[in-house]
Design a protein around this ligand. Structure first.
Ligand code: KG4
Ligand code: ZN
Length: 344
């Protein structure tokens, strides 16, 4: 009898990913095909291009994940798939593949929430139970704070009212001509700049609610870079150094807000553990500031390891929690593209 293993499939945005995860939450394989080169010239993810690329990649990626884990379809215990939130066409490709495999192999199907999986990446990295915790998920599509009583009980505390943090990094990179994806490009430029050069707004930092807003920050960077059409105030020439300074000042403002709101969420919920996941969690300055906050407050901060920050299927290891709780999906389960604000 082979050891129990789950095949997890992730296709919610622009990464086609599959992983095989064992009962001890070890990723026996974790294969990710990124579509960055397809979307680069558009400066953002084009949904139709993303879905078509998923269709081409999904079966080879599943095959590769099984091969690297030295597993056959007949060895699987269950099929897990991310069904929410994400791009509808992209999610449907993964879900259709997962349903087909579950039906043909007569295996249970498990529906995974992508955001919860980002938080669960911290649990997998910690190798022990870390809940109750506050979860911060900062990615290209989301900036959400959760209270996580257990791996099966996530409640949304707040989210962005406009752009996501990663989206702001991507847009700022685009307007400063730094490249795509924007996060790593802004981080590289920021290393050569002065974070105090421009004092950008820290939206909602002093506000009682636990929401984020990054649209005003992005516009403020635009005005500092190219001038404000509604004002006659001249802006300095956009030299190479000025680009670095704007990148550093923007990053500092975004990080201040993410760390400040996380600390506020810990205080308000009386929680002492913060889990941070999602693509922006790969940002070095954010990691540095979180560790400073941890030293200052005594809160434990668990940040997903770099390879589990950006989208991957291994983080869908949360499926084992759902498996143990008997939370299986029917074969008529649909995708849910939007963020659901329900307590779970
Ligand atoms: O979690 P993820 O791979 O995909 C979504 O679920 O959206 O996150 C991608 C986002 C992009 O916006 C990217 O620019 C951002 O994460 N990102 C970063 C860094 N690496 C990736 N943002 C800031 N600093 C980074 N080093
Ligand atoms: Zn993600």
């Amino acid at each position: 009898m082979p050891a129990p293993i789950i095949l997890a499939i992730e296709s919610s945005c622009d990464e086609t990913a599959a992983a095989v995860i064992d009962r001890d939450l070890n990723a026996l394989s974790n294969v990710v095909a990124s579509q960055t080169d397809l979307h680069e010239r558009f400066g953002g993810v084009v949904p139709e291009i993303a879905s078509r690329a998923h269709v081409q990649k999904i079966l080879p990626i599943i095959d590769e994940a099984l091969k690297q884990a030295n597993a056959k379809l007949s060895d699987l215990t269950a099929i897990a798939v991310v069904t929410e939130p994400g791009l509808v066409g992209s999610l449907l490709v993964g879900l259709t593949a997962a349903k087909t495999l579950a039906w043909s192999m007569n295996l249970p199907l498990i529906a995974v929430n992508h955001i919860e999986a980002h938080i669960y990446a911290c649990r997998m990295a910690a190798g022990r139970d870390i809940f109750p915790a506050v979860g911060l998920v900062v990615s290209g599509g989301h900036s959400n704070l959760y209270t996580c009583q257990s791996a099966l009980d996530f409640e949304l505390l707040g989210s962005t009212i406009d752009d996501a943090a990663g989206e702001a990094f991507d847009k700022v990179a685009q307007l400063l001509n730094l490249g795509f994806p924007g996060g790593p490009a802004v981080e590289r430029a920021a290393k050569k700049g002065d974070p105090k050069a421009v004092r950008f707004p820290r939206t909602f930092l002093k506000d009682k609610r636990l929401d984020f807003s990054f649209s005003g920050l992005k516009t403020a960077v635009l005005y500092e870079a190219r001038g404000n059409p509604g004002s006659h105030r001249p802006v300095p020439e956009l030299t190479e150094q000025r680009v670095y300074d704007l990148a550093a000042s923007f990053q500092e403002a975004a990080v201040d807000v993410l760390v400040g709101k996380s600390e506020q969420a810990l205080t308000e919920t009386g929680t002492n553990v913060l889990c941070v996941g999602g693509g922006v969690a790969a940002n070095g300055r954010l990691r540095e500031q979180l560790s400073e906050m941890s030293n200052r407050t005594g809160a434990e901060v668990i940040i997903a390891p770099m390879e589990f920050c950006t989208d991957n299927a291994a983080m869908a290891g949360i499926a084992w929690e759902l498996y143990d709780a008997g939370r299986f999906a029917e074969l008529d389960v649909d995708v849910t593209p939007g963020l659901v604000r329900r307590p779970r």
